[in-house]
Design a protein around this ligand. Structure first.
Ligand SMILES: C[S@@+](CC[C@H](N)C(=O)[O-])C[C@H]1O[C@@H](n2cnc3c(N)ncnc32)[C@H](O)[C@@H]1O
Length: 356
């Protein structure tokens, strides 16, 4: 498979490095300055005026403006690099048969929900779904969004290895909202006995996911389906998982996805979603919510305000819990994220089990 990053011109490389540097300084320098200035005001963390005070801090215009601007610069850099190589990349996708070691199941005329198509998620022009190149752009851009810390899909591997349960006899596992497959591929090694299925709404991501799995010789079925209604059989899965997908749906779709996951699980099967959750630090959490707004993520708030624990329990799941997930350490952290100076995504895992 072509990795765009191996083919960048020096100019393109310099632009990408500049955006990465800007994003790092925004996280490790501008955010801590904002926190320090806030502390100097003496405003209690629980103050109802917290946001007003934060908006008046000297670093705030830098913090907020850089956050949005570097995100736009990032998509411009990734978009230019990908679209400039369109013919090659389309050729690469077209050359992969739908049936190989694994398979690709796209649905003609598949209807996307309007809450999904109404906005450009992450400020990515055209979002995930509008063009075959959008998955390549997302794949490249996401490396920078994660500050290159997720290169080699370290977080996804860590999640699969340390959070997902061992199921030596598993027959089927499903990855809801699999995107271009970086969350699905680690499932093959984790569950060697199982049929591995990735479902997503967006055809471009599924096409790229399938091409990358075939290139690695991984037997994965990628199917175009809504995680609210996958069409898979009741009680047919040992594990239902998903990474960074619930926060991209409105509240009723989150609840429906949880219900669908519960329907798919065998008794004793487990559901684990790697997501984001509020940290309990009011200033940090205010910036997380604003991050969602500046980053065109309209449903972060929906995830934070949905009673996901109750939704799991109502769907017949037990042992339901949210736990912090620290990508720098060994994944799930029962005692929270600990002290972190820099701005970081508040990774967290929603886990539950189907009662036997
Ligand atoms: C941020 S991406 C994450 C992709 C992948 N799990 C990863 O970690 O890279 C969110 C994905 O969820 C998909 N998605 C959102 N709502 C969905 C739904 N109702 N059913 C299936 N996929 C959905 C989007 O198309 C997108 O590919």
């Amino acid at each position: 498979m072509i990795d765009i990053e191996d083919r960048l011109t020096l100019d393109e490389r310099a632009t990408v490095d500049f955006v990465l540097g800007l994003r790092k300084r925004w996280s490790d320098t501008v955010y801590p300055a904002l926190v320090e200035e806030f502390a100097e005001t003496g405003t209690p963390a629980e103050s109802p005026q917290l946001e007003e005070v934060m908006h008046g801090l000297p670093s705030y215009p830098w913090f907020s403006h850089l956050e949005r601007v570097q995100q736009k610069m990032l998509w411009r850099a990734a978009g230019d690099a990908v679209v400039g190589r369109r013919d090659q990349l389309v050729g690469e996708l077209d050359a992969v048969p739908g049936e190989g070691v694994g398979s690709l199941r796209l649905v003609d005329g598949f209807e996307l929900p309007s809450w999904y198509t109404d906005y450009d998620i992450h400020v990515q022009p055209g979002s995930f779904f509008s063009d075959d190149m959008s998955a390549y752009v997302y794949e490249f851009g996401a490396r920078i969004v994660m500050l290159r810390d997720n290169d080699g899909y370290k977080f996804h591997g860590l999640f699969a290895q340390t959070t997902l349960p061992d199921k030596p006899d598993a027959t089927r596992v499903v990855d809801m909202g699999c995107g271009f497959g970086k969350s699905t591929r680690p499932l093959v090694a984790k569950y060697p006995t199982a049929e591995v299925i990735g479902v997503d709404l967006a055809a471009p991501g599924l096409r790229l996911a399938h091409a990358e799995a075939e290139a690695e010789g991984l037997a994965i079925t990628y199917a175009q389906a809504d995680s609210r209604a996958t069409g898979l059989d009741d009680a047919s899965c040992d594990v239902v998982t998903g990474t960074m997908t619930l926060h991209e749906m409105p509240s009723d779709a989150i609840v429906d996805t949880i219900r669908e996951g519960a329907r798919l699980l065998k008794p004793g099967g487990e559901m684990h979603f790697l997501e984001f959750m509020l940290t309990g630090d009011p200033l940090r959490d205010a910036t997380v919510i604003e991050h969602a707004e500046r980053n065109n993520e309209p449903f972060f708030r929906a995830l934070f305000s949905t009673d996901t624990i109750a939704a799991c329990e109502e769907a017949g799941l037990v042992d339901v819990q949210w736990r912090a997930f620290d990508e720098r350490q060994l994944g799930v952290q029962p005692d929270g994220w600990g002290e972190r100076r820099e701005w970081h995504f508040p990774w967290a895992v929603l886990s539950a089990r189907k009662a036997v």
